[in-house]
Design a protein around this ligand. Sequence first.
Ligand SMILES: Nc1ncnc2c1ncn2[C@@H]1O[C@H](COP(=O)(O)OP(=O)(O)OP(=O)(O)O)[C@@H](O)[C@H]1O
Length: 200
Amino acid sequence: MSLVIGLTGGIASGKSTVSNMFKEMNILVIDADVEARLAVEKGQPAYEKILAEFGDNILLPNEEIDRQKLGSIIFHRSEKRQLLNGIVHPEVRKRMKRQIEEAKEQGEEIVVLDIPLLFESKLMYMVDKTLLVYVDNAIQLQRLMARNHLSKQEAEARIQSQMPLAEKVGLADEVIHNNGAITDTKKQLITILANWGIKK
Ligand SMILES: Nc1ncnc2c1ncn2[C@@H]1O[C@H](COP(=O)(O)OP(=O)(O)OP(=O)(O)O)[C@@H](O)[C@H]1O
């Protein structure tokens, strides 16, 4: 069998926590955020395109793209954000597809794609099953404030800029409720995998 699982959630909902559980089970995880970083490295197709659009003042002294600077440029300018996404997203999709193919060739039966914006970017076609890591809003707020040292207001603003987790619940094949202890989260994961025919 071969199964591609799309893992998603919201900010600080517990995606990395669940992704680490997959890795501990020796299941390959492809991380969209990592691929997005690699896709804009010097020498990659997106690099020259970004320079052509944004100019070389977005470069660091080592000629790599200053992603923070780029982030601040696109933060308040949606047309620039769309332009950048139009360059980077197709490359990320290509990289992930290539890795899925390579993994299958090497006999991997299960591959996880960790994609924070799986539903927003409508990438469901890339996976066989979708798995959402859900937390209640109050816990999400607490964990985000603690992890990123944010005020309540800052954390709320970040959560509110995303598609509500409650809305994502309706789109996912399976949901892990990550409100409780990590051990409980792990149990839910094992049950879901068993439902999908995967024994770990
Ligand atoms: N069940 C849990 N109990 C207690 N703390 C948890 C639990 N799950 C996750 N956390 C903590 O909550 C924070 C957010 O979890 P994690 O980093 O896994 O989320 P994420 O969805 O990957 O976040 P992001 O997409 O924002 O990087 C982390 O500090 C993590 O250690």
